[in-house]
Design a protein around this ligand. Structure first.
Ligand SMILES: Cc1cc2nc3c(=O)[nH]c(=O)nc-3n(C[C@H](O)[C@H](O)[C@H](O)COP(=O)(O)OP(=O)(O)OC[C@H]3O[C@@H](n4cnc5c(N)ncnc54)[C@H](O)[C@@H]3O)c2cc1C
Length: 409
């Protein structure tokens, strides 16, 4: 059987690994736009901070691809698919017929249309070369501005603070990480970040990047200019849909796939950041890997009935922001409509939200992981007595009490 895979990221390589384990004879050809073999994208901030040298983030050594007998065409994109004769053409001219095709083309950084964004000194971080360029640029810089204060942006900003830079974060809202914080946890997080080299500008928006031949600063819509030698655009990702659109596949935010990860054309599958499965579009490493594994099994299934169903994964609420633990689950009720029980110390904060019926509908932990498992298990249940609620205003609350009560109920 001839299998062709477009994209050698975690989704594409996980699929290839599964296929090879099940079928030692299948011909597996992998086209890769990037010149680097698979590396851990989530470790790129470590390359920027200098914690990990660039050659230490590869997932497999070169020899692994030979041992698995995978034909990896680094630096050659899959340029065209001809449906009539089931043949693909690579950007360097090679041709290959396929029985099954996997699109694992991932995503790229989304760059907003900001005036001046083409100046040297303006970066986004998606690939290993991006990380290496940023590593070298940081050596000559003192100040950086970050647009997009989501988790990825803050991770990149944190890497730059570790290099000794002052990092200005522009946040449109009136608190940092507005979807994962309450006013109190947002303020506490802001305090923690300010101590380690961040300067957070709330209710602020960039108007343009300024500089003559090189970035020298960022002008805000208020008219103020922040001097900076680096501007990071961390404003989300855009799935690579070029091939899918040329093929006429159904796309929404990404390539629409069914429970088997099959696209709207038979024998063509999609997985990872370029795919939109039944649980939506994830943009996550772990999910891309799971989708790649499932797609691999389905690509070589002889009978359609023997394919495996890809099961949607529950969203994870455990985050790490610049080295600080943050858990945000369910309704955090930042507006204070419901009954909130809070506990806090200088660097930690916990809030439980109970609805009018007394059910636990959400909670958050900042700077502590204590009680995360017990509270996650108790979500949606009415397990908290008045005594316990009073006790829960102490950060050192013994969560075994909640577990014991759940057993009784
Ligand atoms: C800095 C950073 C930090 C992250 N941190 C986390 C984290 O902490 N946790 C987490 O879960 N996720 C994290 N992610 C997200 C995670 O890395 C991605 O979800 C994952 O890499 C997606 O894998 P993929 O194989 O679908 O796509 P990709 O990794 O994007 O790989 C797709 C590959 O296909 C190539 N390609 C595109 N078009 C073609 C074509 N026509 N022909 C051939 N090749 C093509 C692309 O160039 C790319 O090499 C992070 C991402 C970044 C950038």
């Amino acid at each position: 059987m001839n299998i062709v895979i477009a994209g050698a990221g975690i989704a594409g390589i996980s699929a290839a690994e599964t296929i090879r384990a099940a079928d030692p004879k299948a011909n597996i050809t992998i086209f890769s736009q990037e010149r680097d073999r698979l590396y851990f994208r989530p470790r790129l901030p470590e390359v920027v901070s200098g914690k990990a040298p660039a050659d230490k983030v590869y997932v497999h050594p070169d020899s692994w691809y030979r041992e698995k007998n995978l034909e990896l065409r680094l630096g050659e994109s899959l340029a065209e698919v001809c449906l009539d004769n089931q043949q693909v053409r690579g950007s360097l001219g090679s041709r290959q017929t396929y029985d099954r095709l996997l699109l694992a083309t991932g995503a790229e950084s989304f760059r907003p249309p900001l005036p001046g964004a083409d100046l040297p000194g303006v970066f986004s971080l998606r690939s290993l070369p991006d990380a290496v360029n940023l590593f070298y640029a940081a050596a000559k810089a003192q100040e950086a501005v970050l647009i997009g204060s989501g988790l990825l942006g803050l991770e990149i900003g944190y890497a730059l603070t570790l290099r000794g830079l002052r990092v200005h974060v522009l946040e449109r809202s009136d608190r940092i990480l507005p979807r994962q914080t309450t006013p109190k946890s947002g303020a506490k997080l802001l305090g923690i970040l300010s101590k380690i080299g961040f300067e957070i500008h709330l209710k602020s928006q960039a108007a343009k990047a300024v500089g003559k031949d090189l970035l020298s600063g960022v002008e805000l819509s208020s008219g103020e200019t922040i001097p900076a030698q680096i501007l990071i655009l961390a404003t989300g990702i855009a799935p690579n849909l070029g091939l899918a659109k040329a093929l006429g596949l159904k796309t929404d935010r990404a390539i629409v796939v069914d429970q088997y990860l099959e696209t709207t054309l038979p024998n063509i599958y999609a997985a990872g950041d370029c795919a939109q499965s039944l649980d939506g579009f994830s943009g996550l490493w772990t999910i891309s890997r799971l989708q790649g594994l499932a797609a691999g099994t389905n690509l070589i299934a002889q009978e359609r009935e023997s394919r495996v169903v890809y099961k949607p994964q529950p969203p994870s609420s455990v985050l790490k922001v610049a080295g600080v633990d943050l858990i945000a689950a369910g309704d955090l009720d930042p507006e204070g409509r419901l009954n909130g029980v809070e506990a806090e110390s200088e660097n930690s904060y916990r809030k439980l939200t109970l609805n009018k019926e007394g059910l636990l509908v959400g909670f958050t932990n900042l700077g502590t992981m204590a009680g995360t498992r017990e509270l996650t298990e108790a979500l949606g249940q009415k397990i908290l007595t008045d005594d316990l609620l009073a006790d829960l205003t102490r950060l050192d609350f013994d969560f075994a009490k909640i577990k014991a009560l759940r057993k009784v109920n």
